[in-house]
Design a protein around this ligand. Sequence first.
Ligand code: AHR
Length: 328
Amino acid sequence: MFRKYKFAFVVMIVVLLLSACGGGGGAEEAAEAESCAPNCEFTDMTFCYPQLGAESDWRTANTASFKEVAGELGVRLIFSDAQQKQENQISAMRACIQQGVDVIGLPPVVEDGWEAVLQEAKDAGIPVIIVDRSVTADPSLYASHIGSDMYLEGQRAADEMNKLLPDGGKIVELSGTPGSGAAVGRADGFRANLNDNIEIIDSQTGNFTTAEGKPVMEAFLAKYEGEIDGAFIHNDNMAIGAVEAMKAAGVEPGDIKIVSVDGTRGGFQLMIDGWVQADVECNPLLGPQVYDMALALMNGETIDAEVLTDETVYYPDEAADLLPSRKY
Ligand code: AHR
């Protein structure tokens, strides 16, 4: 009898010692990752991607890029969808930290409020790559930021609006998620370059979605009947919603000059149909670059603190030719 209890006691002590030494699955993986440096391969990598949501075609393409490329490279991807809620992204990050993933890629829904969880990742020795939108946290808390220059996108949009309304006019702005790096950067860049003779008479958020963009444009059309010369719309999905509202209100293509952002297939179709006069590119296909950066981090290599995507502006006269080859 005593021998049986003694055996159980010894087993318990061994289990406790193993877990104290990091014997859980996550810690084992972390130790494996450490041991593979400087020769880690993609198949050694566990990568966490707490996606912010599925609000737009851009986002769908971004998710697909991370999932497909992980499959091709043999990366173990831990993916979650935060449904546009920062608290969900933070919880997902904490779960990944617990599991001891090798690298976290964070596409932050908003800019502020990341300090605590970034510090937790840093304390756990897990590098974080900020993907797509920016954060206001101190750069010492993360390894790198890769994404579009949202301010430049706003400037480019304003340059297009200046060309479309050379004699000035009144415009509305349909902006993205409040507090997001994309909405803040685009709004600031747009105002920096907009000609003085163009007045932004109203600005409301459509949260980057078609469903929320449509009622915002309906309200603009009702409030400023016949007064609106142009619209700066922060993404193609909201432009799709806005155009639905315009059609319902009897607005004809080109009556209101629209500059949109993203360069999705939906945006290209709006250009072909005459509704959108310029579409500022924002490229979501970041998976390959981010996994390369993550592997470099695992192997102890230095990576650039900021990597900005090279982008352009698309126009209606090229839209029909380019649409078949668009990947998103
Ligand atoms: O952060 C990138 C933006 O987020 C894209 O412009 C938009 O479509 C997405 O929702």
